[in-house]
Design a protein around this ligand. Structure first.
Ligand code: ATP
Length: 453
């Protein structure tokens, strides 16, 4: 495929990811494992930041949400009760000539997209990975790798309610791996068979669900904008009745304008009381809630914002990617929001002379206690800037011979490429302000340290 100058494509991101250590094909040295991906040294930081930003907005900053971390393998009855054993299937068709398999609802024409051949009638293919618990491989020991994290929240509803004494409305949030034996995968990390989700189950009184559905639609849309995604590349799309999953009353997707077109980033669904009712019936345990106002037992409704970590990572990368003319060349730069940027600061001594390296190492040691900071003294300064631009590092700090005399260093801004010189003594405060400084205690001017006891 011809590369379009200046425009982000998945090919460019795959190549940048490989070159700079964001994402590698899984089991690369064995020729790769289709539809599985490994996050490299830079990618893992990016992914952690995405998850951290979600956790901060959905759990840490709210009074009405608590977190949880449940196991991937669950009692097989969970998946019977949830409807996944029966319903979690996609329509599969096979080409009668080349035998490639396709998801029927993704095809625009009733013929094989690869060779144009005739297709079989669709049959429903269950997406859950099956395995066996313990050493005996028989039907009694079947276990499934979870295809969503949500069921971990539903089966722990009573545990959380009893231990936290939360009252409605309240939510339970979780991040973790999910597995789906997708018929077709692709578009880099957009659709894989092993991926991570960030899900919230927000329990509400029946009758207030529409209002809370609207609340979470807006919250989740704004989360992407808050972390730097351009508004014009995002949209909310309401599902039509025929698109709805078996449990949903209504559903909206947050969609992003990926290089392959508008696609789902996150789904927000009103699941009604379906899941709690099903689990209560199947387990024989009450999952109801005593309403203090009406003095009645009720089964809460649930609003579920369900986002993909990997799809979010891909959206952040696509949106941040830019190619800018720089003298006679092209500068590739990722304009990540500071909260999302995998490396926040790079410390770059202008030479490898011992006294300069010592100075720069000290600056690095001081800053790394607060942020992920890279130290780099290889190659020319121009190439090092370029490397950091490709990693999306918001600030580079250069240490030169003048620094040894005046105790000042230069801060170079990734986006404007402007440079300012500041005393080392105020460097940490300056960086705190520039990076947004969340989670970092800064003593304001004239402030004092408060000592306990
Ligand atoms: P699609 O229609 O794209 O298959 P879905 O509607 O089945 O997705 P949900 O069940 O709503 O997806 O899952 C919630 C989120 O989990 C999705 O919005 C997406 O971000 C993520 N997700 C789902 N399947 C995959 C996958 N195979 N690879 C990566 N992320 C996924």
């Amino acid at each position: 495929m011809a590369e379009q100058p200046g425009k982000v494509t998945l090919e460019k991101l795959v190549s940048l990811s490989q070159r700079r250590g964001f994402i590698f094909q899984s089991s690369d040295i064995y020729g790769g494992m289709g539809s599985c991906w490994d996050y490299g040294p830079v990618g893992v930081e990016l992914k952690r930041n995405v998850k951290q930003a979600w956790w901060r907005a959905v759990v840490q900053e709210r009074d009405d949400v608590v977190g949880i971390d449940t196991s991937i393998l669950m009692h097989p009855q969970v998946w019977v009760a949830s409807g996944h054993v029966k319903e979690f299937a996609d329509p599969l068709v096979e080409c009668k000539s080349c035998h490639q398999r396709w998801r029927a609802d993704h095809l625009t024409e009733p013929k094989c997209p690869s060779c144009g051949g005739e297709l079989t009638e669709p049959r429903m293919f269950n997406l859950m990975f099956k395995t066996f618990m313990g050493p005996v491989e028989d039907a009694a020991n079947i276990a499934y790798l979870r295809p969503e994290t949500a069921q971990g929240m539903f089966v722990n509803f009573a545990n959380v309610l009893n231990t936290t004494r939360k009252r409605l409305p309240f939510g339970i949030a979780q991040q973790g791996k999910s597995f789906r034996n997708e018929i077709t995968t692709g578009n880099f990390i957009f659709r894989s068979r092993e991926f991570e989700q960030m899900e919230l189950e927000f329990f509400v009184k029946p009758g207030t669900d529409v209002e809370w559905f609207e609340h979470w639609r807006e919250q989740r849309f704004n989360w992407y904008v808050r972390h730097g995604i351009k508004k014009e590349n995002l949209r909310l799309r309401d599902h039509e009745k025929k698109e709805l999953a078996h449990y949903a009353i209504c559903c909206s997707d947050v969609e992003y304008l990926f290089p392959m077109g508008w696609s789902e980033l996150e789904g927000i669904a009103d699941r009604g009381s379906y899941d709690l009712t099903q689990h209560s019936k199947a387990s024989g345990k009450s999952l109801s809630y005593f309403d203090d106002e009406t003095k009645e037992q009720i089964v809460p409704y649930v609003i579920e914002p369900s986002a993909g970590v990997d799809r979010s990572v891909l959206a952040f990368m696509c949106d941040a990617y830019d190619e800018e003319p720089d003298k006679d060349e092209i500068r590739v730069v990722l304009h990540f929001h500071p909260d999302i940027a995998p490396i926040k600061i790079a410390v770059l001594p202008l030479s490898r002379k011992e006294n300069l390296v010592q100075f720069a190492r000290k600056v690095h040691a001081d800053l790394r206690s607060c942020w992920t900071v890279q130290y780099d003294d290889t190659q020319s300064i121009g190439r090092r800037y370029r490397r950091q631009d490709e990693l999306g590092t918001p600030f580079c700090i250069t240490v030169d011979f003048q620094s040894l005399e005046d105790n000042r260093v230069t801060i170079r801004d990734r986006d404007s490429m402007n440079q300012i010189r500041v005393p080392v003594a105020v460097l940490r405060d300056t960086m705190t302000k520039k990076l947004g400084g969340e989670n970092i205690l800064v003593l304001p001017e004239g402030g004092e340290v408060w000592k306990q006891g």
